[in-house]
Design a protein around this ligand. Structure first.
Ligand SMILES: [Zn+2]
Length: 273
């Protein structure tokens, strides 16, 4: 994917995001190299790095992440980890979230941990006065965040980066209902093993936003190694419907790609309406 004209840190972020294969982290920039943006890509950045395999179950599963590599230490030692169970939210006053996404070309990648949709530049959010550019979104089955102990079948994470390198991720729960045409177009673009990324023209991410802007806010982390605590989390209170067939199609690829919920450790979850 070509992203001409993106200056400075954003460019570095994007280059790393598309160049770092799954299960591989570099020492380049912990804040971005090992993020959920580790989308596999046909381009090679020429830096072999060192490969650290991780998964969701077994010897390299989420309970083991912190011991797999020193760069994953926050997965064990962190104090503001994600996901969390959303409970006891307090009224947080007026929303300071402005979503300015727009349609654009996108590519669909299977990075071995999830399905990632890399979007064209131009979509952004403003969160509490700061700008974050939308880079990609991806899926977890079942949902990683839970509400009062209950998971949704799937959640989407929309990953945004600020120029300073920290992230804002918007989570949207997908619940069982009518089939969603945007999800269908994404599923149909998932490449087979060994195939190049699937192309999507004029994908509109706004079609995957629920009605209304109510959301939960809390400070947290990446939910994949190295679990860096650089994420401003926004979890939408309302969900988007997808069909059971669409859930089953994703589950056939990823039966379980959700990290368990982590302790709040005194953090406050705010609800913004
Ligand atoms: Zn995620």
């Amino acid at each position: 994917m070509h992203r001409p004209g993106i200056p400075g840190t954003i460019l570095a972020t994007v280059v790393i995001a598309v160049a770092v294969p799954a299960c591989q982290t570099d020492q380049v920039d912990d804040a971005v190299a090992d993020t959920e943006m580790d989308a596999q890509h046909e381009e090679d950045d020429g830096d072999a790095g060192h490969e650290i395999h991780w998964s969701y179950e077994g010897d390299t599963g989420s309970a083991m992440w912190g011991s797999l590599d020193p760069s994953f230490a926050a997965c064990d030692d962190g104090v503001r980890q994600s996901p969390v169970d959303i409970t006891g939210a307090v009224a947080g006053g007026e929303s300071e979230l402005e979503i300015r996404w727009q349609p654009g070309d996108a590519e669909v990648v299977d990075n071995g941990h999830t399905i990632v949709v890399n979007v064209a530049e131009g979509s952004a959010i403003s969160l509490e006065g700061r700008e974050f550019a939308l880079l990609q979104f991806h899926f977890h089955h079942p949902s990683e965040h839970t509400v009062e102990g209950s998971a949704a079948p799937i959640d989407i994470h929309f990953v945004h980066a600020a120029a300073e390198g920290d992230l804002a991720v918007i989570g949207v729960f997908l619940e069982t209902g009518e089939a969603d045409p945007t999800i269908q177009s994404i599923w149909e673009a998932i490449p087979s093993a060994g195939e190049p990324p699937g192309a999507l023209a004029a994908l509109d991410p706004r079609a995957l936003l629920p009605e209304g802007g109510s959301h939960y806010r809390y400070p947290g982390s990446l939910t994949t190694p190295g679990c860096s605590e650089i994420v401003s989390w926004v979890v939408m209170t309302e969900s988007v419907a997808v069909s059971q067939d669409q859930i089953d199609a994703f589950a056939a690829l990823y039966p379980m790609n959700a990290r368990p919920v982590q302790p709040l450790n005194g953090r406050t979850i705010e609800r913004k309406d």
